[in-house]
Structures are given as C-alpha cells and as structure tokens.
Design a protein. Structure first.
Length: 179
C-alpha cells in the first residue's frame, strides 16, 4: 500500500522518492575515488590477512577454524576490493542548488542528506595523506542540524576548492542565522 502526501499529511502505506520529488543528486565524485577507496580497503585486508597468516604459520598446531578464516579472507578480500569501490562510485553523488546541498553515499547502507543553504554554518575542506596522493578532498558542511554535518567525499581537489568558495558565497548571500 502506497502513502500519499497531501497538504503535509501522510496517508496510507509508504512514501516513495518520486512522490516527494526526490532524485539522485546530479554530480558524481571523481573517478580517482575508486582508487582511493581500494587503497584504504586494501590496508585493512592486508592487516587482517597478515595477522591470520602469522598465527597459522607460527602455531605448532593451528586450529582448523583459524585456517578456514584465513582461506575465507583470501577469497573475500579480492571480491571486496573489486566490487566495493565500483559500487560506491555508482552511489556517491552530490549537488548544490540555490536552496540546498544534496548528498547520497554508502554502498551497503545508503544515506541521503539534504541540508538547506540557510542552515549552513561552516564549510571545511579536509585531505588525508592518501587523498592528497589521489588529488582528492572532502567537503564538510556543518549545519544547525542534530543529524550532524553533511560530507561530500571523493571530490577532485580543485573542484572541492571551487565548491567551498561557491558555498561560502551562497551562504553569505542567504538571509537567516543558520540556527
């Protein structure tokens, strides 16, 4: 059973994105984000597999379950490294309009955020060392929201600088106190 939104009242079953006029944000993140996500995931897998291998190889009588988990990790890791970054790239999107900042992110659990321009308090650019290697940055838009800041990760560094300048200019021109 579908819900209908009428004059601010929700009736019936579920509300669909189409009923609310929602659509995926228009802009994708940089394709270099695929490499960045792959590198970060690889670090985790290397640490896990190395720890498992050390225990298996240094134990006189390694438990069977440990050998099985090492084998499973060696099978799942390459699959994860092939699928996850591509999937995230297809999902991660962003868009800025005169009214709001829109983001969509995740891969297993997906998150859509909409932050009205009038609620923006700060705009920050962040770059960890690996992002710097990939010429990427993330923008953090802090709002007067209990849900916390809106983040746009995987942006080309030059695009992030331009977007931060645009958001700063737009929020300065928007009336309201961002509270």
């Amino acid at each position: 059973m579908a819900r209908a939104v009428h004059s601010g009242v929700v009736q019936g079953g579920g509300v669909t994105e189409e009923m609310l006029g929602l659509r995926p944000p228009a802009n994708r993140v940089s394709r270099r984000a695929i490499g960045y996500w792959t590198v970060w995931a690889s670090v985790g897998w290397v640490i896990l597999i190395a720890a498992q291998a050390v225990f298996v190889l240094t134990s006189d009588d390694a438990p069977t379950w440990l050998t099985v988990t090492l084998t499973i990790s060696c099978v799942i890791a390459p699959l994860h490294l092939l699928v996850m970054p591509q999937w995230r790239y297809r999902i991660h999107r962003w868009e800025v309009t005169g009214e709001a900042v829109y983001t969509q992110e995740g891969w297993l659990s997906q998150d859509w955020r909409i932050a009205p321009i009038s609620r923006i308090q700060t705009v920050d650019i962040e770059r960890d060392p690996v992002e710097q290697l990939f010429r990427l940055a993330k923008i953090t838009v802090t709002t007067a929201s209990a849900a916390g800041p809106v983040k746009i990760a995987g942006l080309d560094h030059a695009e992030a600088l331009k977007l931060a300048a645009e958001l700063t200019k737009t929020t300065q021109a928007t009336p309201g106190d961002a509270t």
